[in-house]
Ligand binder design. Structure first.
Ligand SMILES: Nc1ncnc2c1ncn2[C@@H]1O[C@H](COP(=O)(O)OP(=O)(O)OP(=O)(O)O)[C@@H](O)[C@H]1O
Length: 650
């Protein structure tokens, strides 16, 4: 007893040290974001609602789960009965001295039958093996289907979020969650659930069989149960904390690795490879550090468990041989008891693994369900389906601010009339692209309103509206597929677009010559984010993508900034032709007034406010006063050269 109490005291002391270590790692290394994700936080926030939701996602595959569980019961039952049969056979055919009475029990009859028909015993074992294989198959497929359903719902929910969601969240990390966390949840609902339910069934079955075989020996074995449970509780908790922390750090490492590998060219240009490698190694060190603590907790748990189990076995054997001597039990019964005790011990260890995996799965699922259930502020497909402009788009006292920023646009009022080119010019960071984003209804204004032919933009279906707009952004984004597929992404029904239409869009965008110069023409792969193309080529493909659906509205945000003077000129001519021959309304964003000669109306934006608007000629007249005002604001002496600044590069 004294030894036991000393042992438990030192174990508690050790556990306290490990817990403190975990806390220290957390405090030193993690931002509040990580701290929020610790075990208690996640458990507190994992509600019955989450579990019900997991059940709802898994519901379509319940047939497979039930079949798997059925096969598990069959195989578990077969393997549970075997030790009992073997024990009976040892007693009957092993010259047993203490067997005084004739055994007419059902188990003995079954044992005798199998002794006389060994092929039937082999058949029973084979049935158990087939049931095990079927169980693994059913539950594994259920797990894969569950992961697919969970991923699908998380992916579609993330893609349907409004822009403010993406401003607030780190996309790389969401990507990592989407791939890693779904696997963890899927693993816990399939593999660990399979192992856990099996361990639970076998564990309960073996304990019942132990009591049926010898109550006295069972009581002796059960004396160690509180120690085992205490050990599980202590070390299991530490292990859980480490596991959750590991998930957080690994998500961060993945995000960083993908980002740095994607931008390897930029890293090379700024010679930041080694710094990135060092950062990666530093983060990897944190993983090792947490893993060491986890391994220490795991090792201690297994070691103490082994110690307790062997002590219990020694007691069973000592006490069991005493019971044989006094004729309380037989050799066969002691053998059966030992086999059941081994099974119960193995189950207990499996149950602890299962508990850890399920806790891991619950932690991962609560984060995934948060993503899945996030409600977008703006519904993608609700509202009036407006797809053209009959009069004008009107910005009326519009103010707008991004998350964590102040006054991006401040009380702006201007018009974008139908069939005209409206240019928005102004210095960098003045809010020009934000106007384009509001026009696309990527965001809604904080105050004021934007109307299209008198209809408030907030009542317009964003998807239908955006489909009617062709957009070329400042940094054209291409996807990792062929030139053809990149252009077709702009079409509502790509399968209905003919090769002639594709070539027409490429010709209008002045892209056809370079596309034809490639060996595979439109089927040339553009590489990750178009890395196999030049900036100007990417921009021209983006212009072709914007033109493929023959939009009624075009938004060009510095759309020709990466083009040479000739390509720029040719595209401007194309737009002029389109304007003349088609019903086209254009919002064009540029830094310099000089590039906006074709504009019907020019709006000058500075620091989120409109500081002047009028025709190109009118704006040319007032531009030097704008530059002068700006120079005065910044305390720069005005020179003749500066008044030409807006016309530079014309
Ligand atoms: N997603 C965002 N979240 C927070 N702030 C943003 C976001 N996008 C832009 N901003 C900020 O809003 C302001 C206006 O940005 P905007 O992109 O509209 O400027 P711009 O006039 O188009 O600049 P540029 O000519 O350099 O492209 C800037 O101060 C910018 O830092």
């Amino acid at each position: 007893m004294h030894l036991l109490s000393r042992l438990s005291c030192s174990t508690f002391r050790f556990a306290r040290q490990v817990t403190t270590k975990v806390r220290d790692i957390r405090a030193d290394r993690f931002s509040p974001r990580y701290q929020e994700s610790n075990a208690q936080y996640l458990l507190r926030h994992t509600t019955g609602k989450d579990l019900r939701e997991i059940y709802r996602i898994a519901k379509p595959f319940r047939k497979l789960v039930f079949m798997g569980t059925g096969f598990m019961i069959i195989s578990g039952g077969i393997f549970l009965i075997i030790p009992r049969i073997l024990g009976k056979l040892i007693d009957k055919y092993g010259n047993q001295q203490n067997l005084t009475e004739e055994d007419n029990s059902l188990t003995m009859k079954i044992a005798t039958y199998f002794k006389e028909n060994p092929i039937a015993l082999a058949g029973l074992l084979a049935t158990g093996a087939v049931a095990t294989a079927a169980k693994v198959y059913c539950l594994q497929i259920a797990g894969v289907k569950f992961i697919r359903a969970l991923r699908r719902s998380v992916f579609s929910s993330v893609l349907k979020q409004d822009m403010r969601f993406f401003d607030k969240n780190i996309v790389g990390e969401i990507g990592s969650r989407h791939s890693a966390d779904t696997i963890i949840v899927g693993y816990s609902v399939s593999t660990s659930l399979r192992g856990g339910v099996r361990a639970l069934l076998i564990g309960i079955g073996s304990v019942v069989a132990m009591f049926m075989t010898s109550t006295e020996l069972s009581i002796v074995s059960c004396l160690t149960a509180p120690i085992v449970l205490g050990l599980f509780r202590m070390f299991g908790k530490i292990q859980q904390q480490c596991t959750w922390q590991l998930q957080e750090v690994i998500a961060d490492i993945n995000r960083m690795a993908v980002e740095r590998m994607t931008h390897a060219k930029t890293l090379r240009m700024i010679s930041a490879e080694q710094r990135s490698i060092d950062e990666y190694i530093r983060k990897g060190d944190i993983v090792v550090e947490i893993s060491k603590t986890e391994a220490l907790a795991k090792g201690s748990l297994i070691g103490s468990f082994q110690f307790t189990a062997y002590s219990a076995f020694s007691s069973i054997l000592f006490y069991g041989s005493h019971l044989i001597n006094i004729g309380e039990i037989s050799y066969g019964e002691l053998s059966s008891f030992c086999l059941y005790a081994v099974m119960a011990t193995a189950s207990l260890s499996n149950i602890s693994g299962f508990y850890n995996e399920v806790m891991k799965g619950i932690g991962a699922s609560s984060r995934l369900l948060d993503l899945r259930n996030a409600e977008p502020g703006m519904k993608l497909d609700e509202g009036i389906k407006k797809t053209n402009i009959t009069d004008r788009v009107h910005f009326e006292n519009v103010s707008f601010t991004y998350f964590d920023r102040k006054n991006t646009l401040d009380n702006i009022t201007f018009d974008i009339p139908r069939n005209k080119i409206t240019a928005v010019i102004g210095p960098s960071g003045s809010g020009k692209s934000s106007i384009a984003r509001l026009m696309l209804r990527l965001y809604d204004p904080d105050s004021g309103r934007i109307t299209v032919d008198g209809i408030d933009m907030k009542d317009i279906n964003p998807t239908a509206w955006r489909r009617s707009i062709g957009t070329v952004g400042q940094e054209p984004v291409l996807f990792t597929c062929s030139i053809r597929d990149n252009i077709l992404l702009g079409a509502e029904n790509p399968e209905k677009v003919s090769d002639e239409q594709l070539e027409e869009a490429a010709t209008l965008a002045n892209a056809i010559d370079f596309i034809n110069s490639f060996e595979n023409g439109f089927d040339t792969m553009v590489g990750e984010n178009g890395c196999k193309l030049s900036g100007g080529q990417k921009q021209r493909i983006a212009i072709a993508r914007a033109l493929i659906s023959k939009p009624k509205i075009l938004i060009l945000d510095e759309a020709t900034s990466a083009l040479d003077a000739t390509s720029d000129y040719l595209i401007r001519m194309t737009l002029n032709n389109l304007l003349r021959n088609h019903d086209l309304t254009v919002l064009c964003i540029a830094h310099r007034l000089a590039t906006m000669q074709q504009a019907d109306n020019v709006v000058y934006v500075n620091r989120g406010r409109i500081e002047g608007q009028g025709s190109f000629e009118e704006m040319m007249k007032i531009q030097s006063s704008i530059v002068e005002k700006e120079a005065r604001k910044r305390g720069i002496p005005m020179t003749d050269e500066m008044s030409k600044v807006l016309t530079a590069n014309s």
